[in-house]
Structures are given as structure tokens and as C-alpha cells.
Write a protein that binds this ligand. Structure first.
Ligand code: GTP
Ligand code: MG
Length: 135
């Protein structure tokens, strides 16, 4: 069993997609082991997205992820990291397969509804940022 950090980003919360994401996660058989609604400050956002610090869209990314409340959760289950990324679909929602979260709900790459950790190392790092005392 494995853990992953998932976010319903501010666009997803504003659009009322939290329930839809949770329903897909539960239907898939992943277990929610922690969950919180919160608004990130810029320092936390920069820490979370540190790997993208040199990208041209980093400023936009930090502004967007701090623009309103998000839902952070830790999911646990068999190959949870890959399982959630499959549910999420491709980063670019135009290319995301219909039936995935991004394929069904998004159009712009900057507002693609969810985040999911991309490796066990990222998951451990991100879980520590969002739930420092819990795991
Ligand atoms: P996350 O699960 O959110 O990390 O998505 P990902 O792993 O599929 O993509 P990646 O880590 O490469 O990029 C992180 C986030 O940056 C993406 O989810 C997008 O929201 C955003 N992003 C990526 N490329 C662009 C871009 O060209 N422009 C903008 N504005 N945002 C981008
Ligand atoms: Mg990523």
C-alpha cells in the first residue's frame, strides 16, 4: 500500500467539484486518510511547487494556487500515486481522456482542477508540507 497527496485546486473548489472528485476517489477504492480545506500562503505554495521554480509560469502557478481555498487530502491504497494520476488524466486538459477528472471538467492547463503527487519521493515531501504532524 502507498500514499499520495491530492489537491482539489481553487478552481475545483470554486466550481463545486469537490464532491465529484471525492466520489471518483471512493468509487475507485482509494482510502481518504486525511483531508483539510485551507488557503495556502505564498511560502507554502512555493515549497509545494519547488520543482517548477525556474519555469516561466511559476508566478502564475503560485498566484493561482493561493487564490482561494483548496482541499488537500492524503489517499492510501494499492499503487495510489499512479491510480490517482490515471483518474486525473493528462496535465493538459485538452489532451486528457474523457472520463478522467481533467478530461471531463477542464480546458486550460493552468486550471486543471486537481493535483496528485508524481512519485513516492514527491508524495512523502508533499504530505509533510500539508500534514506535518499526521504521518
Ligand atoms: P500536478 O498534479 O498539478 O503537479 O500536475 P502534473 O504533475 O500533471 O503537472 P506538472 O507537475 O508538470 O505541472 C504542475 C502544474 O503546473 C500543472 O498541473 C498545471 O496546472 C501547471 N502548469 C503546467 N504547465 C503550465 C503552463 O504552461 N502554464 C500554466 N499557467 N500552468 C502550467
Ligand atoms: Mg506535478
Amino acid at each position: 500500500s502507498e500514499r499520495t497527496l491530492v489537491l482539489v485546486k481553487p478552481d475545483g473548489v470554486k466550481r463545486g467539484l469537490v464532491g465529484d472528485v471525492l466520489a471518483r476517489v471512493e468509487r475507485k477504492g482509494l482510502t481518504i486518510v486525511a483531508m483539510e480545506l485551507r488557503t495556502l500562503d505564498a511560502d507554502t505554495a512555493k515549497a509545494h511547487y519547488a520543482e517548477h521554480a525556474e519555469k516561466p509560469f511559476f508566478g502564475e502557478l503560485v498566484d493561482f494556487i493561493t487564490s482561494g481555498p483548496l482541499v488537500a487530502m492524503v489517499l492510501e491504497g494499492h499503487r495510489a500515486i499512479e491510480a490517482f494520476r490515471t483518474l486525473a488524466g493528462a496535465t493538459d486538459p485538452v489532451k486528457a481522456t474523457p472520463g478522467t477528472i481533467r478530461g471531463d471538467h477542464a480546458l486550460q492547463i493552468g486550471e486543471n482542477v486537481v493535483h496528485g503527487s508524481d512519485s513516492p519521493e514527491s508524495a512523502a515531501r508533499e504530505i509533510k508540507i500539508f500534514f506535518p504532524d499526521r504521518f
